[in-house]
Design a protein around this ligand. Sequence first.
Ligand SMILES: NC(=O)c1ccc[n+]([C@@H]2O[C@H](COP(=O)([O-])OP(=O)(O)OC[C@H]3O[C@@H](n4cnc5c(N)ncnc54)[C@H](OP(=O)(O)O)[C@@H]3O)[C@@H](O)[C@H]2O)c1
Length: 250
Amino acid sequence: MLILVTGGTGRLGRPTVEALCTRGHDVRVFSRRPGDGHAVGDLTTGAGLADALVGVDAVVHLATTRRKDIGQTRMLLDAMAGTGAHLVFISIVGVDQVPYAYYRDKLASEQAIESSGIPHTIIRVTQFHGFVAEFLDAQRRLPVTFVVPAWVQTVHMPEVAERLAELAEAAPSGRAADFGGPELLSLRQHAEQWQRAHGIRRPIWSVRLPGAFARAVREGKLASGLPGAGRVTFREYLALEHPERATNGA
Ligand SMILES: NC(=O)c1ccc[n+]([C@@H]2O[C@H](COP(=O)([O-])OP(=O)(O)OC[C@H]3O[C@@H](n4cnc5c(N)ncnc54)[C@H](OP(=O)(O)O)[C@@H]3O)[C@@H](O)[C@H]2O)c1
């Protein structure tokens, strides 16, 4: 199959392109930047989209601005109309439960796809292990580690990439089952494991924030429920990132 990946240069995009190639597909990456195997264009203006879609069997839409993405999704839907290609879209568990502008926009993208008439599969995924690790890494030089009371079910990005490749190969199925990690942990537990993996011992301060967003994450609305489809735990992810500590039993 010939598969176009928007956001194929991004964090999730790179392992997704790799998974698709390993499974024997021809992959075209839609990017604003030239590169090997790239179709150059811009989802904001629509430039390059028509050419990028020629002969494509499926589109895996991962591009994000981390702000308002609905315009880009609509641009893609307009360009895909009549091509017959299957659109696979990544969304986030809790977009309909957690009041947050980026999530409202994701939900709007889901709804635009569902009403477009384009054959599609939408999968909601929980936070990547790396997303929580980045939040903690940013505090590395602080004398304390701050967390908020929250329950999260983080997932290993390569497993999500593999699942996206499976979905792109399969027939369009509308909403696929949510994809979450194997454990439901508090952010405090993530911070404890992260400190151990880095050989750090510091107080962990939990800051209870006001507002509907803080309440929703406290109530676990970002979690997909157990058992999650992902297999690699946060602890195992940290060991993969820091093998020198894992072998010391740290
Ligand atoms: N972070 C999480 O825990 C999490 C959890 C669940 C789902 N997700 C979703 O996973 C997806 C991928 O996230 P990520 O962290 O891998 O993203 P990322 O690393 O920030 O990459 C963003 C990608 O979007 C592309 N892009 C941005 N604006 C574009 C434009 N105008 N035209 C064409 N391409 C454009 C970029 O391509 P170029 O720069 O090459 O043009 C880049 O490849 C997102 O939809 C995100 O919401 C994330």
